[in-house]
Design a protein. Structure first.
Length: 84
């Protein structure tokens, strides 16, 4: 078995070449020194996110704007303002 080394300038071309070579029956193995992207199933496990364990309650959001002085009229004006 013979080995061939090819240097490619960017990731798009690497992906294209890898896909093209995989179509040939005589190509036994394709190696790359570039890191492969993780599959979506394992990628979300590595994210620095804490997933919710229960449904949120309205009391959880009461202190978000507790220091702001907003009247009900001001909230309605901003909520229903249309710019057309």
């Amino acid at each position: 078995m013979k080995t061939l080394t090819i240097k490619v300038d960017n990731t798009v071309n690497v992906n294209f070449l890898r896909e093209l070579l995989s179509k040939f029956s005589f190509v036994k193995e394709i190696e790359s020194n570039e890191k492969q992207p993780l599959p979506a199933k394992t990628r979300h496990k590595m994210m620095p996110i804490r997933w919710a364990t229960a449904e949120p309650k309205t009391e959880d959001f009461t202190s978000i704007i507790s220091d702001r002085k907003l009247s009900l009229t001001e909230i309605r004006e901003k909520a229903w303002k249309r710019n057309w």
